[in-house]
Design a protein around this ligand. Structure first.
Ligand SMILES: Cc1ncc(COP(=O)(O)O)c(C=O)c1O
Length: 378
């Protein structure tokens, strides 16, 4: 039985984006951080380092890379070589700089994490957006549409797996298809796997393990931020088996900077000392997901929503007019609007919180949607 996840923490006055930007009385369930305390080993390790009063320039110790590669081996029975791993300060800036690889456009699917969609464009490069096929709220790739959308200069395919916001864990055959598509069209795959540990229904498959082409033609990103609830600790890893790509990445990523002194401690503790805590977290989140799904069905019979296989993010369409603005104003629940992800009509609800927050949010949304017992919108 998962312990401690029902506890409430007042996060106001910590400069939390989630809580300190809310209006009076609002319940925030938008940005992807959780309201649980961070993994205890992470806190202990940071506290220990804090006791030494000098926080100087710090090299990246082998222990950090080894804790990451050992964790990877434990999870996926595949050990990346240490030299493939490049520690960086965050995935989002890396998504921007890699868009300069090859000097062409990039392609990806929607709905998709808004920063993944935007990052190449912020770096001055074109991102082609192609909708996923949606078969009754089960989203998968539409390779015909992807093929048609390619431009002569398209060089990169951005993959988000598990997929934020639709909560899919892509299956082996879907990833093989991505690899085949990339091979046929001479694309390098940029695989953002930040949500890989937050899986409920099936195991995650790292893209680089799919086949030889995938290994030699991809750059994969991992980070401890989501799982161990340390998104404010800027630390991530690029895994790049191909030497040429790695050199190019190292050249481009100079501007990304190295992990700082506390980030290193946090990363080691997350990957090497936090497995039991993580298993408890997954159990709690799975129960949150099941509770949310059954309550959505019971309270909002007309709503459509995905079955969340991974992530703590629920993708929901409550009906016409019931968007994030409507819910923020009328229910005082702050969700992310689907249009940010290229998914008009939907909202994304973060269920990485004590379960009673979910009940409170659904009570408020229900009253706003069914004012006076009748559905006012949709
Ligand atoms: C798919 C995905 N990638 C990356 C990030 C953020 O990565 P970072 O904090 O390392 O920049 C998020 C945060 O929500 C995410 O959902």
């Amino acid at each position: 039985m998962a312990q401690g996840f029902d506890r409430h923490f007042d996060r106001h006055d910590t400069d939390s984006i989630k809580w300190d930007l809310t209006r009076e009385g609002e319940l925030p369930m938008f940005i992807a951080d959780m309201d649980f305390e961070s993994a205890p080993a992470v806190r202990e390790r940071i506290e220990k380092r804090l006791k030494h009063p000098v926080y100087g320039y710090t090299r990246t110790p082998d222990e950090l890379i080894e804790s990451f590669t050992s964790w990877f081996k434990g999870e996926y029975e595949y050990e990346p070589k240490k030299e493939w791993v490049v520690p960086i300060s965050g995935i989002v800036p890396a998504l921007a700089v890699v868009s300069n690889l090859g000097g062409g456009s990039s392609i990806t699917v929607t709905p998709n994490y808004h920063m993944l969609l935007d990052a190449p464009e912020k770096a001055g490069n074109k991102m082609i957006r192609v909708p996923l096929r949606n078969d009754e709220e089960y989203y998968t790739f539409d390779f015909d549409a992807l093929s048609k959308a390619l431009l002569p200069d398209t060089k990169l395919f951005y993959l988000c797996n598990p997929q934020n916001p639709v909560g899919r864990i892509y299956k082996h055959d879907e990833l093989e298809d991505v690899s085949r598509f990339a091979k046929e069209n001479n694309l390098v795959v940029i695989s953002d796997e930040i949500h890989c540990e937050l899986v409920y229904d099936r195991r995650h498959i790292p893209f680089l393990t799919v086949d030889e082409f995938a290994k030699e033609n991809s750059i994969s990103f991992y980070a401890p931020g989501k799982t161990y609830n340390i998104p404010g600790v800027s630390l991530a890893f690029a895994v790049i088996p191909n030497e040429f790509l790695r050199k190019e990445f190292n050249r481009l990523s100079y501007a990304l900077g190295h992990p700082g002194v506390f980030n290193i401690e946090a990363g080691i503790a997350a990957y090497s000392q936090s497995k039991v805590w993580r298993l408890g977290l997954i159990e709690y989140l799975r129960e949150n997901r099941d509770y949310l799904e059954s309550e959505l069905k019971r309270r909002f019979p007309d709503a459509v929503f995905t079955h969340t296989e991974a992530t703590y993010l629920q993708w929901i369409n409550f009906g016409k007019g019931i968007d994030a603005d409507f819910l923020r104003k009328n229910a005082k629940v702050w969700l992310t609007d689907g249009k940010d992800f290229g998914g008009e009509g939907y909202v994304r609800l973060n269920f990485g919180c004590p379960r009673d927050y979910i009940t409170e949010a659904l009570d408020r949304i229900e009253s706003a949607v069914f004012k006076g017992g009748e559905k006012k919108y949709g």
